[in-house]
Write a protein that binds this ligand. Structure first.
Ligand code: AQP
Length: 327
């Protein structure tokens, strides 16, 4: 059985983008392999975060995983910080990725852009090293991610190639995979920018009430004209809303265009809001149940112990291959 691995950083309120590009897909693919889904709490430290916020967000991400349908009996759900093998492997693998390639990563450039150089943490720069370790430590082949994380998986592939060229067939080659529709949901206030947890405007947060979600969709930025047409260049706002509608209902862009011939933006936005609310109503109810059930800590503890068993074997294999004494 192939291993599938992914994670989400508990850096802020998860968005509809995280739901469509990641969460919903995780629960869809989980039974296609041996699946590991973690809460990337060490990655969340790469930018300043309040300890209490980090703790609460971490619990929330776990609850959202289960609410989205991840099955803890099948899928290993755990906190990254509960498995020290990730960090141990990162210390080794950092020697096989180079400053030049790390400095070319889009996420690093975006996040460090407005910072003074002396304030940019080493962790932010080395983020892809830890991410490569998260992946290869489980011999994971399939990495379901949104579009923004593909570049990091590509770098992990470069690392595996480099490492294996030197030491033989030690690491398993991973591959990023994205949902067909919705791998990059854009901001509702600026549809040329990705919908992001760290952007206070233009996001639909999974924690928003259903009424707030509807209001945000009804006031989403749209484009000139009144035609409902998928055209990212000339109609980025409508195209983004069509992507949301398509990913939640399974309707193709053509079907949506046909359905709204002769209708205006108002009718279309109402349909998008209905689809989001339809999806979010049971999801949010399930989230509340999970939080109340008190089952999260046990799921995370069981997950961590399963994860550690698997990753210790890879770590040993790597240590032995590179010549660490007595491994
Ligand atoms: N807008 C999006 N559309 C589709 N997929 C998305 N993802 C994120 N935003 C969208 C995917 O969600 C997974 C988890 O994301 P992450 O927590 O690892 O990091 P991020 O979402 O890339 O970070 P943000 O939202 O910019 O917020 P910060 O950096 O502040 O935490 C990933 O698979 C991601 O692709």
């Amino acid at each position: 059985m192939e291993r599938i691995l992914s994670g989400i950083k508990p850096t802020g309120q998860l968005t509809l983008g995280n739901y469509i590009g990641a969460l919903k897909n995780f629960s869809k693919v989980q039974y296609e392999g041996e699946t590991f889904i973690f809460i990337a709490d060490l990655h969340a430290l790469t930018l300043p975060i309040d300890p209490e916020v980090l703790r609460n967000n971490s619990r929330d991400v776990a609850a959202y995983y289960i609410a989205a349908g991840l099955d803890p009996k099948h899928t290993t759900i755990f906190l990254q910080s509960d498995n020290p093998s990730h960090s141990e492997l990162a210390i080794i693998l950092q020697n096989y990725l180079y400053m030049g390639e790390l400095s070319r990563m889009t996420q690093f450039k975006d996040k460090s852009q407005k910072m003074k150089e002396e304030a940019i943490g080493l962790g932010l720069f080395a983020y892809p090293v830890l991410m490569a370790s998260d992946i290869v430590i489980y011999d994971a082949k399939r990495i379901p991610v949104g579009e923004d994380q593909v570049q990091h998986v590509e770098l992990a592939r470069d690392l595996v190639k480099r490492f294996n060229n030197r030491y033989g067939d030690v690491l398993v080659m991973p591959k990023a995979e994205m949902v067909k529709v919705g791998a990059r949901i854009m901001s509702l206030s600026d549809p040329t920018k990705k919908m992001s947890k760290s952007d206070p405007k233009g996001d639909i947060y999974l924690s928003d009430s259903l009424e707030v979600m509807r209001k945000k969709i009804m006031s989403a930025v749209t484009d000139m004209g009144r035609e409902i047409k998928y055209d990212v260049e000339n109609k980025p706002g409508i195209s983004n809303l069509m992507t949301i509608l398509s990913s939640l209902t399974g309707k193709s862009f053509q079907e949506i265009e046909n359905e709204f011939v002769g209708k205006g933006y108002g009718d279309f936005k109402r349909a998008v809001a209905d689809a989001v609310i339809n999806e979010m109503t049971p999801f949010k109810a399930r989230y509340e149940e999970v939080i109340k059930s008190g089952e999260i800590d046990k799921i995370l503890a069981d997950g961590a112990s399963r994860a550690r068993k698997v990753s210790e074997l890879t770590l040993k294999r790597v240590q032995k291959a590179i010549g660490l004494y007595n491994k």
